[in-house]
Design a protein around this ligand. Structure first.
Ligand code: HEC
Ligand code: HEC
Length: 349
């Protein structure tokens, strides 16, 4: 597998040499290390390649600052990081539907944001197909951040620190939409999660990383779940109906909202299951509270609709023990190094 590595040593080294020049808002010296993007062994090539947006330490850091900056919302109360929290693998922990400014409620659950570089489309309905055009949606959404891009650009250009950061990354000391989106894409695309217990097991199945129960769970998972939640990313990035009845009053038609096709009704993007134990609640509207309830849904809750996927139609036959085995396997997908990596955390003010 071709390895793409970008080592940004210059920025880190100059920071170490000119210690006094390092401001507080740069990363903790103990965690200094190059920002890099590597395709983990055995993974497919990503959809996002940095070809037109070379990954640099300063670009990543600018994207990180923007991601956590509440000034991207009209009343300065909400950042991307408000709904996408690192502790929850960048989902919104314990929130079923999104809460924007003034506590305005959306209709969908915040997805987690690991391994975005491999996604071929974004949002539950795939309404956006490029990582660099994604942030405009929450920024301009009335229920989320309720800003306009010109207002965001004005705020950033009034800030000397942002101006010097844009200069470092793009050679020009002014923000525009493309530079904002490209730096955010650098931050989000570099968020790779590939260090779970499952990854260690998969790299070396004989080394005893899995208990017998976890091995049984993986076997059952491959039998019942992996055609849609495909390894190693745990999604095939297709749109499917897994048998959740539309909520009255909301009636979210999913993929059909974008394509207008009856055959796409109630189909949603197959979500990755990486870090699934920390991203509850589950499904596009957060209606399912626990992993046990998710597995029970596949056993006894799959509704028969015109578009219900044949792979789950009629329910998946499982015993109580098999359910527990699958849950114990799902728990091996947590990558604690990802959810605690200081590189992805909110920068110190
Ligand atoms: C008010 C909560 C909220 C805020 C603020 C927010 N998001 Fe989201 N985010 C969501 C929800 C909800 C979805 C799913 C939307 C949908 O499917 O229609 C989402 C989806 C996404 C996705 C697509 C993930 C996938 O798997 O398809 C990305 C990437 C993302 N957000 C990044 C951002 C960025 C960058 C910002 C800041 C500019 C941001 N979000 C601000 C709630 C939020
Ligand atoms: C036919 C394809 C398909 C199969 C087979 C399938 N799933 Fe899913 N899964 C989906 C889709 C689509 C969603 C999102 C549905 C929604 O939110 O409306 C989903 C959602 C989930 C979620 C919630 C993820 C989140 O971030 O909210 C979990 C957990 C899950 N599935 C686990 C499983 C398990 C375990 C199995 C096997 C027992 C399985 N799935 C089988 C398509 C599938």
């Amino acid at each position: 597998m071709k390895k793409v590595t970008v080592l940004i040593v210059v920025a880190v080294l100059s920071c170490m040499v000119w210690l006094e020049g390092c401001k507080k808002d740069q990363i903790d010296p103990r965690s200094w290390r190059p920002v890099s993007f590597e395709v983990p062994k055995g993974w497919p090539q990503p959809a996002y390649t940095f070809a037109n947006n070379p990954l640099t330490f300063d670009g990543f850091e600018l994207g990180r600052k923007l991601f956590y900056d509440m000034r991207l919302s009209r009343d300065n109360t909400v950042s991307c990081g408000s709904c996408h929290q690192q502790v929850a693998s960048f989902a919104h922990f314990d929130h079923d539907i999104s809460h924007g400014i003034e506590n305005r409620l959306g209709t969908r659950n915040s997805p987690m944001l690991a391994n975005m570089a491999w996604n071929t489309s974004f949002f539950w309905d795939g309404g956006v197909n490029h990582l660099e055009s994604q942030p405009i949606a929450p920024i301009q959404n009335h229920l989320e951040m309720d800003m306009t891009m010109p207002e965001v650009i004005d705020r950033l250009n009034a800030d000397a620190d942002y101006r010097s950061r844009f200069k470092k990354v793009f050679g020009i000391d002014t923000a525009n939409s493309q530079r904002v989106f490209r730096s955010m894409a650098q931050f989000m695309a570099a968020m790779v999660s590939s260090n779970s217990k499952y990854d260690k097991y998969a790299a070396n199945p004989g080394a005893g990383y899995f208990s017998e129960q976890e091995v049984r769970g993986l076997t059952l998972f491959r039998q019942h779940c992996a055609s849609c939640h495909k390894e190693p990313l745990f999604s095939d990035f297709s749109f499917r109906n897994n048998g959740l009845l539309p909520k009255p009053g909301v009636n979210d038609s999913g993929r059909a909202h974008i394509t207008g096709l009856a055959e796409d009704r109630y189909k949603f993007k197959v979500p990755s299951l990486r870090n699934i134990a920390v991203t509850r609640p589950y499904m596009h509207d957060g209606r399912v509270a626990t992993l046990a309830d998710v597995v029970e849904h596949y056993r006894s809750g799959v509704a028969a609709m015109a578009t219900t996927d044949a792979l789950v139609a009629g329910g998946v036959v499982m015993t109580e023990n098999e359910k527990r085995d699958i849950i114990s396997f799902l728990e091996t997908l947590t990558d604690s190094t990802f959810i605690t990596n200081p590189l992805f955390a909110e920068p110190a003010k």
